[in-house]
Write a protein that binds this ligand. Structure first.
Ligand SMILES: NC(=O)c1ccc[n+]([C@@H]2O[C@H](COP(=O)([O-])OP(=O)(O)OC[C@H]3O[C@@H](n4cnc5c(N)ncnc54)[C@H](OP(=O)(O)O)[C@@H]3O)[C@@H](O)[C@H]2O)c1
Length: 242
């Protein structure tokens, strides 16, 4: 049987969730491909996993650049027979300080949609032949509580801010459902996971935040679902969100 392979986007920060997921999948015997916009940032992280005895490769990927997506797909096609796991983890919050949609800058909105929706969608299409070649591939889209705030209309304990980021994550949840339906007659399962507030930015983390390893476990669970597992589902802390 060929080795299982996993591609993780936005895995270029040692403290980030992407690297924590990559490490967990490597521990579960996947050859992990870590991607980030800056190859100089991601290569040492792949090397760290290799030093720990895992199989890991670093690649440059900018989700707002179609050519970069195609280059990654070409590289994977030349290197591997199949792709078992795609983790769409990368995200941009370019409107961190924007409190109202009425103040939103449209270039900022476009860039949030590029990284969280259009990029992952294009990447999924580009690697689909490899996903289809795997016996039971899994796609996991990393979502956010911000999306659920829009979906439910509830406050959920936090003010609705960063409207571009929130809407991009809401649309990513919709993309999860759309792709799951499109792939319904295949063994590929597509799900989304809201990791919850997670300690990934040491300079601004809250003591209440979950450790990245804990949130990574939730994402890994969705990436290793059994053939009878759900598809088109959003999970938060192990539980399906209705
Ligand atoms: N941390 C939390 O509390 C929390 C809560 C809810 C949801 N989430 C979600 O969990 C995921 C991981 O979050 P995080 O806090 O670990 O990291 P993050 O800093 O929010 O984002 C992950 C990575 O996305 C990458 N990225 C940005 N623009 C990109 C582009 N154009 N192309 C490719 N990659 C790009 C960045 O990598 P480079 O700049 O190195 O390329 C960044 O390291 C994100 O989807 C986030 O929205 C996090």
């Amino acid at each position: 049987m060929p080795p299982r392979t996993a591609l993780v986007t936005g895995a270029g920060r040692a403290a980030g969730l992407g690297f924590a997921v990559a490490r967990r999948l490597a521990e579960l015997d996947h050859h992990v491909v870590l991607t980030a916009r800056d190859p100089a940032a991601v290569e040492p992280l792949a090397e760290r996993l290799r030093q720990e005895g895992h199989a890991a490769t670093a690649l440059r990927l900018d989700l707002s650049d179609r050519a970069s997506i195609d280059e990654v797909a070409d590289h994977l096609t030349r290197t591997f027979d199949q792709l078992d796991v795609l983790i769409n983890n990368a995200s941009a919050m370019p409107d961190f300080r924007t409190l109202s949609a009425l103040d939103a800058d449209m270039d900022t909105v476009r860039s949030a949609m590029d990284v969280s929706v259009i990029g992952p969608w294009a990447l999924t299409q580009a690697v689909l032949p490899l996903l289809t070649a795997a016996p039971a591939a899994r796609i996991v889209n990393v979502s956010s509580l911000a999306a659920q705030q829009i979906a439910t209309g509830f406050d959920l304990g936090a003010p609705l801010r960063s409207p571009a980021y929130s809407m991009a994550k809401y649309t990513l949840n919709a993309l999860t459902e759309v792709l799951a339906r499109a792939l319904a007659d295949t063994p590929i399962l597509v799900n989304a996971v809201d990791p919850g507030n997670t300690a990934t930015h040491p300079e601004r983390d809250d003591p209440e935040d979950r450790p990245a390893s804990e949130s990574a476990e939730d994402i890994t669970r969705a990436a290793t679902l059994s053939p009878t597992g759900p598809t088109g589902q959003l999970f938060s802390r192990e539980h399906p969100v209705l």
